[in-house]
Design a protein around this ligand. Structure first.
Ligand code: GPU
Length: 800
């Protein structure tokens, strides 16, 4: 199957298309157009070309009766899409010139696009990278999610404290979605089960409609485009007229309110489960709509439902869509009359499950009353699945139906033909812990697929200086074949080339400094080491270890202000779940520390701390290319993979990190000598926790740690409220579950090694460049190829 590349588009053609859309799609003459009009007109002009690839791809998949991959995810953290489209279509120069000819600045127009934050963090961003790679690889696929009215909250600081405001991406005009009023499914909740003549019927008590909105996601060079289909909840009966006529206006409005609530807001929790009914409703809403859509497409192309696993691969992005197991069995058995065992086999043939965390508090589990109240038939089916599965095995220590709960991890495992972890270490730990018993029963089921990131967004687009240098050096083949970055290695031995690599990094740092000066009113020294920790706020990620070490460094600098210190700018960004008090306290502590350190005339030019508000994909694209040091310092065994760690290494930052998640594999690829390793391993962690008073012992052994903690406890950073951080100090000195104290000494040692290395630019640049050259394996193209082969049995429809 030969898929043509899209025709070359000239600057003039693109300019004319922009003007045409401005006039005839938006009813604006160029002289009266505002920034948003220009952004929308350019987006539509680009979208036309994306749509052409999209139609071609859909046509090919239909004609070939292709197996489709369906990626079910409660989160898609897609960020801005305009630059992605322009870059993947190879239209950067044309777009820049066309806008210039129209008197508009390309970067300004691109920056007008809202950042669509329909996700919390790594899991949602991974889903977005996967969609782009699926398109780049020409694998027919759909992402299914929810079209939240409000994405992740907007974060600001007041007196150093996190303030949350609703995010309103849909208030600005959004260029990318196509409403599909014809793709509408009625989704039921609650109600009764009726058993008649050996048949089981579910009569839901309430209904809501799911309406589809499609966003095309184009791959590299526009050869293929897949669909992100997001469901929006609408009232089935928007208005209860009899209630209204009775004068019960509240009741009359209820269907509308209930319906809209379901797709109103993204749950802002990350790896902790709020256990709320609405969340389960959202999950079922997504799953039920997606499955109906999948089966409708299958029925159009095929007649034998037994062929479903040959034509349909459904990936569950963590357990959030796990109710797909019972729902698919219900459809096949109750509605399509297949025997129960066969329904289960077919469902399992289609389904596979990715686990993204081992944190016990994040493993979804629903009380059976809640679950059965909302999904009465699914509760029965969960029991049937559990019984069928355990018939041969009397031990049920890891059963999905213990303690009056429905455990979604176990359910997903049992209903999936493959279960995967997201890094080598995480996958091994899965086998040893949460799924040890199930793994013994099904030793073939667990496989690893180490995460990856799309090189189009995370190098080519976000770091034009470095990607330009790379292309000049080795050609542009690396964009679709990232392991070819290895071809840079000979150039890295050339001092003149290294200087150019360094110049690109330095220019990125100057850009970031200028932006921070303009946006935050803080000026930093671009020659300092840019030391960056950006990710969700969580105790296991240990932002508090980082700030403690920074405090200790400050104290030491004050002891010897004239010593030869390596200047550092310590940058943080990340959101805390609104209900996660400790994480919010760490944000405030970092802001308080920043205020004291940045105002200290003795150290202010050597050590600066900044917490940038409202971390999102766009801010990551700005920070990562400018980073020297990447902080990946989680308690070993806790970070399933990490993906930010990959983006930093790819952009030529050195990692300081523990042997956790994908850090292990990053270190193997870039070389141990190009990675600042410290801290306990996952098994050390388990052992250390058994040591009585481990934190107190660590503090006693390290006077630096003791002094830094004392400053936190004694109000050095909160003079107006001396005991503001007593509980933080108590936590670190007491239970210290995440072993901040026990890893501090090693972390300090590794940080000073980084300082020393940074003082020797020739060596540092070489190491940084080797990080870029050796990070090619972390492309999400490699990850998706792994899923296609090992899990989905799916193929590409591109011929190259
Ligand atoms: N992750 Br579970 C999330 O971002 N949200 C979640 O709800 C869950 C996991 C992250 C992991 O913490 C991170 O280690 C991993 O790299 C990422 O998923 C993608 O696999």
């Amino acid at each position: 199957m030969n898929i043509a590349t899209p025709p070359q588009v000239s600057t003039n053609t693109l300019r004319d298309a922009i003007v045409r859309h401005l006039c005839y799609s938006f009813g604006r003459e160029p002289d009266f157009a505002g920034l948003e009009d220009w952004r929308m007109a350019l987006s539509y002009a680009i979208r036309d070309h994306i749509a052409d690839s999209w139609f071609r791809a859909a046509g090919t998949a239909r004609r070939e009766g292709a197996k489709r991959v369906y990626y079910l995810s409660m989160e898609f953290l897609i960020g801005r899409l305009l630059e992605d489209g322009i870059v993947n279509l190879g239209l950067v120069d044309q777009a820049r010139e066309a806008l210039a000819a129209l008197g508009q600045d390309y970067d300004t127009v691109l920056a007008d696009e809202p950042d669509a934050a329909l996700g919390n963090g790594g899991l949602g961003r991974l889903a977005a990278c996967f969609l782009e790679s699926l398109s780049t690889l020409g694998c027919p696929a759909y992402g299914y999610g929810i079209r939240y009215e409000h994405g992740l909250f907007r974060q600001s600081f007041q007196g150093g404290r996190q303030i949350e405001a609703p995010e309103t991406w849909l208030l600005q005009r959004h260029a990318w979605e196509f409403e599909r009023p014809e793709a509408l499914f009625r989704i039921g909740f609650g109600g009764e089960i009726e058993e008649t003549g050996g048949k089981v019927l579910w009569h839901p008590a309430e209904h809501v409609d799911a309406e589809a909105y499609d966003t095309p996601i184009v791959g590299w060079q526009g050869k293929w485009a897949n669909t992100l289909r997001l469901w929006s909840a609408k009232a089935s009966d928007p208005f209860d007229l009899p209630a209204f006529n009775r004068g019960d206006f509240a009741a009359a409005a209820q269907p509308e309110a209930l319906a809209r609530t379901i797709s109103r807001v993204l749950y802002p929790d990350d790896t902790t489960e709020q256990g709320r009914e609405l969340r389960l409703k959202q999950e079922f809403f997504l799953v039920a709509a997606a499955l109906r859509d999948i089966l409708a497409r299958f029925d159009k192309e095929h007649s034998d439902i037994r062929k479903l696993p040959e034509k349909v691969a459904i990936q569950l992005n963590d357990t959030h869509p796990a109710v797909a197991g019972p729902e698919l069995v219900r459809i096949l058995h109750d509605e399509r009359s297949l025997p129960f065992e066969e329904a289960m086999e077919i469902a399992r043939g289609c389904l596979s499950y990715t686990n993204h965390t081992l944190l016990p508090e994040a493993l979804e589990s629903w009380g059976e009353d809640l679950f059965g109240g909302l999904l009465p038939r699914h509760l029965q089916i969960a029991d049937l699945i559990d019984n069928a599965h355990y018939e041969a095995n009397p031990s049920r220590t890891q059963s999905m139906r213990a303690d009056h709960q429905v455990k979604m991890g176990q359910l997903s495992f049992v209903m999936a033909h493959k279960v995967n972890g997201v890094s080598a270490l995480h996958t091994e730990l899965m086998k040893e812990t949460v799924f040890s018993e199930l793994h013994r029963l099904h030793p073939e089921r667990i496989v690893n697929q180490t995460n990856g990131v799309t090189p189009r967004r995370w190098l080519l687009a976000c770091n034009p200086r470095l990607s330009g240098l790379i292309t000049e050096t080795i050609g542009d083949g690396w964009v679709a074949d990232l392991e070819r970055l290895r071809e840079l290695e000979p150039a890295i031995e050339d001092a003149a080339w290294r200087e150019r690599f360094d110049a690109a990094k330095r220019a990125n740092k100057v850009d970031l400094s200028n932006w921070m000066a303009a946006e935050q009113g803080v000026s930093v020294n671009p020659d300092a080491m840019f030391d960056v920790q950006i990710k969700r706020m969580h105790e296991y990620k240990r932002q508090h270890l980082n700030i403690l070490e920074t405090i200790a460094l400050w104290q030491e600098m004050k002891d010897a202000p004239n010593a030869d210190w390596t200047p550092r700018v310590v940058l943080f960004a990340g959101k805390a779940a609104p209900g996660y008090a400790f994480a919010k306290d760490i944000i405030r502590l970092i802001n308080d520390v920043a205020a004291v350190l940045n105002a200290d005339p003795e150290t202010g030019d050597k050590l600066q701390v900044l917490f940038l508000p409202n971390y999102n994909v766009t801010l990551a694209e700005r920070l990562i290319p400018a980073a020297d040091l990447s902080e990946q310092i989680s308690t070993a065994g806790k970070e399933a993979s990490g993906t930010g760690n990959m983006k930093f290494a790819l952009n030529g930052a050195m990692t300081i990190g523990t042997l956790d998640g994908a850090n292990v594999e990053i270190r193997e690829h870039v070389g141990a000598e190009n990675f600042f390793l410290f801290g306990m391993t996952a098994s050390d962690v388990t052992e250390r926790r058994k040591v009585e008073s481990h934190a107190a012992k660590a503090i006693e052994a390290d006077p630096r740690l003791a002094r830094a903690l004392q400053a936190v406890r004694g109000g050095t950073f909160s003079p107006d409220e001396v005991d503001r951080y007593t509980h933080v100090a108590d936590n670190i000195a007491g239970a210290d579950y995440f072993l901040v104290a026990s890893d501090f000494t090693e972390y300090w040692r590794a940080s000073r090694e980084a300082d020393a290395a940074f003082r020797d630019p020739a060596t540092w640049i070489r190491k940084a460049a080797l990080n870029t050259a050796r990070s090619g394996w972390f492309s999400s193209d490699r990850t998706i190829r792994g899923y296609m082969q090992d899990i989905w049995a799916a193929r590409s429809y591109l011929s190259d």
